[in-house]
Design a protein around this ligand. Structure first.
Ligand SMILES: Nc1ncnc2c1ncn2[C@@H]1O[C@H](COP(=O)(O)OP(=O)(O)OP(=O)(O)O)[C@@H](O)[C@H]1O
Ligand SMILES: [Mg+2]
Length: 427
């Protein structure tokens, strides 16, 4: 028999009798070796990352087992076989990202599973009542540092995709409280997610109360393998007609609450809940492994990279001034070199276009600069519109609500049309 078919198993099963039974059965198989019996998750992860096994058998009740842990095991090259137990149903184990789920006591399947002969679990069941079974589209709004207008673009794009119009009823009071509502039936909703781990601002920009961050709550549920579309809807209240919001972390120091392994699942669920998901990303793209020896430490930029990887379209926003344009050119290069695959479908937006910052005929100056230095000849320009944007900022509203005739709003409506052309709407 070939060396490749040798299976080395790390076992981390909480209940002693189940663990003993699994070890006995696996140990009796030809070409199968139980290399380590791990008392806890930390021991399993250490053994996996030291290259001590090719498969891991874990129980759902193993303390600390979540999506990140399973992602680490898989990242170390192990096939993850999860044992169901009464408290941890198969759906939850599948939601954690396990390769195979085996019913407790089903030793025959356990052996097949560690050998790679058992059928792998299907991705967690998708219930897509409002999209006719077709997943929605995800748009990541990214741009280099220097506040070029990522959040403004994300908010206005979401409002434009949802068709928020001037007729939107005004709400009384400056701050509105977000209110969980059930998922709409048949509605083409837009979901706006604030994934900026450096300076989230969607909450205050939309005049929402500083409630618990919805995105972190969704990520927590995903980490536990229990995020379904109804739970996601509960964390993403409707704050404008047709627009749900997953609010961001209230303090930058809370960034570890947005791990990439969990957000991957959140974004998958977003596609089930909404026709369009617009993600406001942080500006930094580096993977922290380059900066630290600890390759398994949480990644501050993991949220941005997860959104970019999940996206169908990336909207890249730069500022229309000499510094902003230079950063945009470099940013487009950085985007090509990211550690994760980023979709080719891009729309470059240059925001706050004004003569005073780049000279006369600002529009053609900006177009020429991007064509010459970045090879981008299709740029979407948004004019500088301090009157409109300041009014929106002051009122905690979108332009459609407080400055419907503003030039920036017209540009963002045009951007939504460009996005629709690039990715036809799923419904
Ligand atoms: N077209 C525009 N005209 C005038 N003001 C604008 C325009 N776009 C954005 N602004 C203003 O510029 C400021 C920064 O915008 P925004 O918060 O969208 O940037 P950002 O890239 O998300 O920044 P941050 O680094 O804080 O995440 C805000 O006060 C916003 O109102
Ligand atoms: Mg922002």
């Amino acid at each position: 028999m070939s060396e490749e078919r040798m299976v080395t198993v790390l076992v981390a099963v909480h209940a002693p009798e189940v663990e003993a039974a699994a070890v006995t059965v696996l140990g009796a198989q030809p070409q199968v070796t139980v290399a380590r019996r791990c008392a806890e998750l930390a021991e399993l992860l250490a053994a996996a990352e030291a290259g001590a096994g090719t498969a891991a058998v874990v129980s759902g009740d193993l303390p600390g087992l979540d999506r990140e842990a399973v992602a680490r095991l898989r990242g170390a090259g192990l096939r993850v076989v999860a044992l169901e137990d009464p408290a941890t149903p198969a759906e939850r184990l599948a939601g954690l990202g396990s390769d195979v789920v085996v019913a407790e006591g089903d030793m025959e399947n356990l052996v097949a599973a560690v050998r790679g002969a058992a059928p792998e679990v299907a991705p967690p069941a998708a219930t897509v009542p409002d999209l006719g079974g077709r997943p929605g589209t995800l748009i990541a709004v990214w741009g280099p540092s220097g506040s070029p207008g990522r959040t403004t673009t994300a908010i206005e794009l979401a409002a434009a995709l949802a068709g928020v119009g001037a007729a939107t009823p005004r709400r009384s009071g400056l701050l509105r409280r977000s209110r969980p509502v059930p998922p709409p039936n048949g509605a083409r909703t837009v979901l706006l997610a604030d994934a900026d781990t450096y300076a989230s601002s969607v909450t205050s920009r939309l005049g929402l109360l500083d409630d618990a961050p919805g995105l972190a709550a969704a990520a927590r549920a995903a980490g536990q393998g229990v995020l379904d579309v109804v739970t996601l809807a509960g964390h993403s209240p409707v704050v404008l007609p047709g627009v749900r919001v997953l609010t961001g972390i209230t303090r930058a120091s809370r960034w570890p609450e947005l791990p990439a392994a969990s957000l991957d699942m959140v974004f998958q669920r977003c596609r089930e809940l909404a026709a369009w998901t617009v993600v406001d990303c942080g500006p930094v793209l580096e993977t922290d492994e380059l900066l630290t020896y600890d390759t398994r430490a949480p990644q501050r930029n993991g949220a941005t990279l997860s959104a970019l990887q999940a996206a169908d379209v990336v909207v890249v926003v730069g500022g229309a001034d000499p510094v902003g344009l230079q950063r945009l050119v470099r940013g487009l290069e950085d985007l090509r070199d990211t550690a994760v695959p980023v979709p080719a479908a891009r729309l470059v937006v240059v925001n706050r276009v004004r003569d005073s910052a780049v000279g006369r005929r600002a529009e053609s100056q900006v177009r020429d600069a991007l064509a010459r230095y970045a090879g981008v000849d299709d740029v979407h320009l948004v004019p500088d519109d301090p009157g409109g944007l300041d009014a929106a900022l002051l009122a905690g509203r979108v332009l459609a609500e407080c400055a419907p005739g503003s030039p920036a709003r017209a540009a963002f409506v045009g951007l939504a049309e460009r996005v629709r052309e690039l990715v036809p709407a799923p419904v």
